[in-house]
Design a binder for this molecule. Structure first.
Ligand code: ZN
Length: 490
């Protein structure tokens, strides 16, 4: 057996164990009996230990040294393994353990602080997590930039400077669009009805199928927060229902189906290898967002959805498809990122991106964070934050040391904008299909252009290859201006 084959066989087992770990996480959020929590924590910690030992096994270094890759694909597999191996080894074991221990505690304290609106309770723990994250970044940094070192976990190859330029161009045009929309005298109503759970779940399953989700290799369950998990032949999603807001169920299902279809669409030859997963959080989010927004909330597709909702729930007080389209795209400034419409969403992310960079660089101290948050929020949204749970305490990320994660949400939207423009160019009659609830011409295009490659290309290169040009914020802004300018007559 060659060194390359030995390494890949070892890696395959590691990947398989990683999938098992993911499935334990899925189980915990869906069907695990509540009394099992303590035992589950021990099971997960044990498996985590096994995985850590495998990922730092010195034999990997020897195999990497001796391996002679015979194709560009094999070369790329080795690159992914080497990159992960070197990063894992650069973080001292003591620091790694301190991060795991502190974030687990910080997560609990964050949840309590959010429930009681008590930032002072969370601040000392956050300062501890931040200190450890900076230490980790220093251990990983190759160019002296701490934030770049953290970004690499979520968006390999992305840099703070590149994102700062892209997001810096995005923000003023988003604020300007937001102000035009809010100044419109056109009233877009809310849904004022209650929609039964059985109907919502049945229709969301139909939507998942319409968007190409393969339920022979996945399943849909209920969870408090929708997510997708797994890759290869077992990719599961969850959804939730809110009686007065069926869009919550439908569009979060379509969003998770976007993530799941990416994993299901990867070339079967990459199964249980480093190339067998989505290449980055940003590219992943591009798939979920284009499914959810550019396709799912398009005029053509909502026309079909309007009919299916009337079939399912009867008359729910919206008279025509055009009004329904506006309702499904209703804009309103709100405190909470995860509830934001397409116009406001990226402003939420840019705020977090700027504040977390300041925290990591030491330009902003933890006690001053709420004030900085509230001032920026008022400047961009025209609203005063009324309590920490509606502001700085709303997201889980920083308690878990996920610094560098937030920008991938907006990067995903930017990528979705690029892909959507190219898709419309390549499939000019797309709307005729969407109007019949048929997404296949779009989902097949995405599979062919993006999904099947898995981790084969660098994230930016995936988008460049699919669209024929380097990614930029222009197409997203043009799409938002055109869509919301028309809905709101501004
Ligand atoms: Zn997502």
């Amino acid at each position: 057996m060659s060194a390359y084959d030995e390494l890949m066989a070892f890696q395959r087992e590691t990947e398989a164990l990683g999938q098992v770990m993911g499935r334990l996480g899925w189980d915990q959020e869906t069907v695990m009996p509540p009394g099992a929590a303590e035992q589950r924590a021990e099971e997960m910690a044990a498996l985590d230990g096994v995985l850590h030992r495998r990922r730092t096994d010195p034999r990997i270094g020897e195999w990497l040294e001796a391996a002679r890759p015979e194709s560009a694909e094999a070369e790329r597999q080795l690159h992914k393994i080497r990159h992960r191996f070197e990063r894992t080894r650069r973080v001292p074991e003591k620091l790694s353990a301190a991060l795991a221990r502190t974030t687990s505690l910080a997560h609990r304290i964050w949840a309590e602080a959010r429930a009681t609106d008590d930032y002072a309770l969370f601040a000392p723990k956050l300062a501890e997590v931040l200190g450890l994250a900076r230490e980790k970044a220093a251990a990983l940094s190759e160019d002296g930039n701490l934030y770049n070192a953290l970004l690499d976990d979520y968006e390999p190859g992305a840099t703070e400077a590149e994102l700062e330029a892209m997001f810096g161009a995005l923000r003023p045009r988003l604020v300007a669009l937001r102000e035009r929309v809010m100044g419109s005298d056109r009233e877009v109503p809310r849904l004022g009805w209650r929609f039964d759970e059985a109907g919502q779940l049945a229709l969301s399953t139909e939507l998942a199928r319409a968007f190409g989700y393969d339920s022979a290799h996945g399943r849909i369950d209920k969870a408090v927060h929708p997510f997708s998990s797994g890759s290869g032949l077992d990719v599961r999603i969850t959804t939730r229902t809110v009686p007065e807001d069926p869009f919550n169920c439908f569009f979060s299902t379509i969003h998770e189906v976007g993530h799941a279809c990416y994993e299901q669409g990867i070339d079967a030859a990459y199964l249980l290898t480093p190339l067998g997963r989505g290449v980055s959080m940003g590219v992943h989010e591009s798939q979920s967002r284009i499914y959810e927004n550019q396709l799912g909330r398009s005029r053509a597709f909502t026309g079909w959805l309007f009919g299916r909702m009337r079939d399912t729930f009867g008359d729910f007080g919206i008279g025509d498809g055009e009004t329904f389209y506006a309702v499904a795209n209703r804009c309103a400034p709100g405190f909470i990122r995860t509830e934001a419409d397409e116009v406001h969403y990226n402003l939420h992310v840019l705020l977090r991106f700027d504040l977390e960079r300041d925290l990591i660089a030491g330009r902003l101290e933890v006690p001053d964070l709420p004030e900085a948050w509230n001032a920026r929020f008022e400047a961009d949204f025209g609203l005063k934050v009324d309590r920490p749970s509606n502001g700085v305490l709303q997201d889980v990320h920083w308690s878990e040391a996920l610094f560098g994660y937030f920008p991938t949400y907006t990067l995903g939207n930017v990528y979705a904008g690029c892909l959507h423009a190219a898709l419309r160019r390549d499939v000019p009659d797309l709307d005729a299909h969407l109007a019949r609830g048929v997404t296949a011409p779009a989902t097949a295009w995405l599979r062919e252009k993006v999904q099947r490659y898995g981790g084969l290309y660098e994230p930016r290169d995936v988008i460049t290859r699919a669209t024929g040009e380097a990614p930029g914020e222009g197409p997203l802004l043009d799409y938002l201006d055109a869509k919301f300018g028309e809905i709101y007559g501004v």
